[in-house]
Ligand binder design. Structure first.
Ligand code: DLZ
Length: 195
């Protein structure tokens, strides 16, 4: 039996800028998680043009990508004529290697929260343990070092079915991506009030 997540609380996401970085391993699970995250951001009032989505190969790459994307958004917001960090994506995703800003109509400014999405499924070797531990530690470190909420959207599961059950792909199951979208808005709003 899997959990249904936290009781959902909607905060006002208008004006927030949210970065999402997802791994491409296990993309059939990543897709609904990403969609669930975006859906809740939009439901909270975050503008589509204020959501930047980028991808990296695997979960291992998430901490560095989150750190760099956030730094880039800070630098760009402090330079004149700045454009948004990363590619603006409507419903599609872009590669981080194409990180030179190309957006039009996108807002600028540092991100208020970032969501790191990955799916780690245990295999026969120790890979899973090493990556899970490092990625968890790495994402927490980026969050504490920058003071910016980094939402932990990384599933660490033992089987494909466990992953599907957490991505809403099994009848009656809950999409954890929705929790991550809500968490990003809540933490971004609260962080501003704690500043
Ligand atoms: C190598 C690897 C393995 C075995 N499993 C996963 C996985 O289940 N989920 C995931 O996101 N990434 C996996 N990777 C790839 C690593 O995260 C990383 O991309 C490569 O080791 C290259 O650094």
């Amino acid at each position: 039996m899997h959990t249904k997540g936290p009781s959902p609380v909607h905060h006002d996401g208008r004006g927030l800028r949210i970065g999402i970085i997802h791994a491409r391993w296990n993309d059939k699970i990543i897709e609904p998680l990403l969609a669930g995250t975006k859906a809740k951001l939009l439901e909270c009032g975050v503008q589509e043009s204020n959501i930047v989505v980028q991808s990296v190969p695997g979960s291992w790459e998430l901490p560095l990508a989150v750190q760099r994307l956030y730094s880039a958004s800070q630098v760009q917001s402090s330079s004149s004529g700045a454009t948004a960090a990363g590619d603006l994506l409507g419903s599609s995703t872009a590669d981080l290697s194409a990180s030179t800003p190309t957006t039009s109509g996108a807002s600028t400014g540092p991100f208020d929260a970032l969501v790191a999405i990955g799916v780690l499924i245990k295999g026969e070797t120790m890979h899973f343990e090493y990556i899970s531990e490092s990625v968890s530690q790495g994402l927490m470190r980026v969050s504490l070092d920058t003071g910016i909420p980094v939402i932990f959207g990384v599933l660490t599961v033992l089987t494909d079915d466990q992953a599907k059950a957490r991505a809403g792909l099994i009848a009656g199951s809950h999409n954890h991506g929705e929790d991550w979208g809500l968490a990003a808005v809540e933490m971004a709003v609260k962080r501003k009030s704690w500043a």
